[in-house]
Design a protein around this ligand. Structure first.
Ligand code: C5P
Length: 213
């Protein structure tokens, strides 16, 4: 089973307000370098960068221009990928737990489509005009992470259908599910959080000090 790893890195990091996240440093390395090191073992690695940004010198990695949305960035990589299976991993998640990736790959080989996900740790409540609304049973919900893995042909079909319908999904599992294909949920890891808000940088710097996965 050959594997392609697709790394969407073309976001502009607007919520973080520090420029494109891929070039932000945590623990002395950019988020892009974290992702490239984490998947250095993979046969084929593609990266979508913000258009116009310089490609870091890195042999064995193919860089493509990202699109205006995450889905379009993934599509730009997917149409050039050659592996039987593709793993899509957001560069905004610099801490990649190898055991979680192994669990995911096993599920993909068995089912064709899987994503990492974690339980909701806090009480989950609907916000009603700034006040505490209905409590939602958190046991029924999961927070979705990446990587997500798919048979390449399946993800291609899902993206083509999303384009045809004019849909723009925030992750690839949604596109596959919309085709009517089930996506397995595999136990993720809280350390694989996505850097989104400025305070996440402090958490990441702290974790980087002891990181050895
Ligand atoms: O914005 P958000 O953090 O949800 O983005 C998730 C991932 O998708 C990030 O790694 C980001 O770089 C990537 N992305 C992209 N192209 C875009 C928007 C986001 O590759 N146009």
């Amino acid at each position: 089973m050959s594997l392609s790893v697709l790394l969407p890195a073309a976001g502009l990091g607007e919520r973080l307000g520090r420029g494109p996240k891929a070039f932000l440093e945590v623990g002395g390395k950019t988020l892009l370098e974290h992702a490239l090191s984490a998947f250095a073992w993979a046969g084929e690695v593609l990266v979508a960068l913000p258009p116009g940004y310089p490609q870091p010198p890195r042999s064995g990695v193919r860089f493509v221009a990202g699109g205006p949305t995450r889905q379009q960035s993934v599509w730009n990589m997917l149409r050039e990928a050659t592996g039987d299976v593709v793993l899509v991993h957001d560069v905004a998640r610099p801490f990649v737990v190898r055991e979680a990736v192994e669990r995911l790959l096993k599920a993909v080989s068995e089912t064709g489509a899987a994503t990492l996900a974690i339980p909701v740790p806090d009480t989950l409540v609907e916000e009603q005009s700034g006040s505490y609304g209905a409590v939602i049973p958190r046991e029924r919900y999961r927070l979705v992470q990446t990587p997500q893995g798919f048979r390449r042909e399946l993800l291609l079909e899902a993206h083509r259908e999303a384009i045809r319908l004019g849909q723009d999904y925030s992750d690839d599992a949604q596109a596959v599910l919309a085709l009517g294909y089930p996506v397995a949920l595999v136990e993720g890891d809280r350390r694989m959080f996505k850097l989104t808000y400025p305070e996440d940088l402090d958490l990441a710097e702290g974790l980087a000090r002891t990181w050895n996965c």
